[in-house]
Design a protein around this ligand. Structure first.
Ligand SMILES: *Cc1c(COP(=O)(O)O)cnc(C)c1O
Length: 464
């Protein structure tokens, strides 16, 4: 498989180069040159497979030319061995046509583990063969740092440094990062805000000498391999509920558009996905776009579902590229214009197509709390403040007779403050994290100064 940039100017690359590159040199994102096609007969055979076996079949065309099948089987098995549920992603029925796909049985209790656990092994595999090393640096406001740390811990050829604002992340989130004991993991508490942390990471990437010296890399949500790994669970759930002989709708709480784009990709590959339903909170740029053709940038306001508090959905560009008939120049022009004016213009025809491809919905914080309470009463299920948006979306806009799968993107114990507000009770951590508050923490506090943080990274990354 070859990959092309959404902006049409960067060189075509194979899978391993795309994995390590992240962003393309022309500022675009890498997408497959064409979508592999899966026919109905093949899908029917796939119904008999375990999650891991299905993952190999779905992803193999995307890594073809870079990773031989036997090696890939091993990487996939290792990646999903850290999941606590033997089905990896179990499905629960909530109502006649409403199902919950639990994606939170990985080490950090959120769906990001589904992709990142595999990514860590892919990095090691590719770097080993090239005899290279990388240093991964990232900033987190709490939620995503732990998934990246769990992905890289114990990997031979990658070290990870995660910057978080000291005293400003929740206790669960801090402990998920700081109780990991591994010599290639470094949690850095910065005396500053999340924006300070993010600015510092950007400055490190902009410092070409430093970038080259330490082999700087990232595992952020624009990495193609993350999308690839997320395509698997759309096939998994749909095949269990009657596909390819029946349409299945999906409800996806959405931030950077990565997760729902994976559902769109599954549809392009031949899976009979009906409606792709995009959920947002008060930060509703996507809902405004799909409903009123108004993709205009506004400030980000904190909400009960912080992983969806975004201003611009970075992965939307991958969809935009298809919407503009895969024209790199048109995509580049639209994106540059969007940055300059703060408003995206995809043309009347483009918007009408987008409305056919996605259905959007937004839920305010008070309605989110109310929905958590109602679903608890109705089903006994405690839903986290992201997942409940998709469930509510399905309940209000689902189609009779068509199964709707709501993606459960986090375990409720990951967001205890919101659950307490809704239910007056603290959700219990699952058994494998039950002793989180007894584990000893280790992290380093550093001032909000680029030079010192860079010096720390230089001194603590492994050289061999
Ligand atoms: C990251 C995240 C999301 C948003 O996913 P995107 O791929 O950015 O759209 C939703 N819910 C939870 C719990 C998350 O961690």
């Amino acid at each position: 498989m070859q990959y092309i940039s959404t902006r049409g100017e960067a060189p075509k690359l194979g899978f391993d180069d795309v994995l390590l590159a992240g962003l393309a040199t022309d500022g675009g994102l890498y997408v497959p040159e064409s979508w592999p096609q899966v026919d109905a007969e093949t899908m029917r055979r796939w119904r008999a497979l375990s999650y891991q076996e299905l993952a190999v079949e779905v992803m193999l065309p995307f890594v073809e030319g870079s990773i031989p099948r036997a090696d890939f089987v091993e990487l996939v098995n290792r990646a999903y061995s850290t999941f606590q549920h033997s089905a990896v992603a179990p499905i629960k029925q909530l109502d006649t046509d409403l199902y919950l796909l639990e994606l939170f049985h990985g080490p950090t209790l959120a769906f990001k583990d589904c992709a990142l656990q595999l990514l860590g092994h892919l990095f090691d595999y590719v770097l080993e063969r090239r005899n290279e090393r990388v240093t991964i640096v990232g900033a987190t406001s709490g939620d995503t740092g732990s998934a990246a740390i769990e992905a890289i811990k114990g990997r031979k050829r990658a070290d990870i440094f995660i910057l978080f604002p000291e005293g400003r992340v929740s206790p669960v989130q801090q402990r998920q990062m700081t109780t990991v004991q591994a010599d290639n993991v470094h949690a850095l508490a910065i005396e500053g805000t999340f924006d300070d942390c993010q600015d510092m990471v950007k400055a490190m990437f902009a410092d070409a000498e430093f970038r080259g010296e330490v082999g700087l890399s990232a595992v952020n949500s624009i990495n193609w391999a993350r999308i690839m790994a997320q395509i698997v669970y759309y096939f998994w759930a749909a095949l269990r509920l009657g596909a390819p002989d029946r349409e299945i709708d999906f409800c996806v709480p959405t931030g950077n558009f990565g997760n729902v784009f994976a559902g769109y990709a599954a549809k392009q590959m031949g899976l009979p996905v009906g409606q792709l339903m995009v959920g947002s909170n008060r930060n509703d740029i996507l809902t405004r776009f799909f409903e009123n053709d108004d993709m205009s940038i506004q400030g980000v306001e904190p909400s009960l579902s912080p992983s969806m508090d975004i201003q611009i959905s970075s992965n939307f560009e991958r969809y935009l590229f298809d919407l503009l008939d895969r024209s790199g120049s048109a995509t580049a022009r639209t994106m540059v214009d969007f940055r300059a004016t703060g408003r995206m213009n995809v043309g009347q025809g483009g918007w009408e197509q987008a409305k056919r491809d996605f259905h959007a919905f937004a839920l305010s914080d008070p309605k989110c709390l109310d929905a958590i309470r109602r679903w608890r009463e109705k089903t006994g299920e405690v839903l986290d403040p992201h997942t409940v948006i998709g469930v509510e979306h399905a309940a209000q806009f689902g189609r009779p007779g068509v199964p709707a799968v709501a993606l459960a993107t986090a375990h409720p114990a990951k967001f205890p403050a919101a659950i307490e507000q809704a239910l007056d009770q603290t959700p219990a951590l699952p058994a494998h994290l039950g002793d989180l508050y007894e584990r000893s923490e280790s992290f380093t506090s550093l001032p909000n100064q680029l030079k010192e943080v860079q010096q720390y990274v230089r001194a603590h990354r492994r050289q061999s």
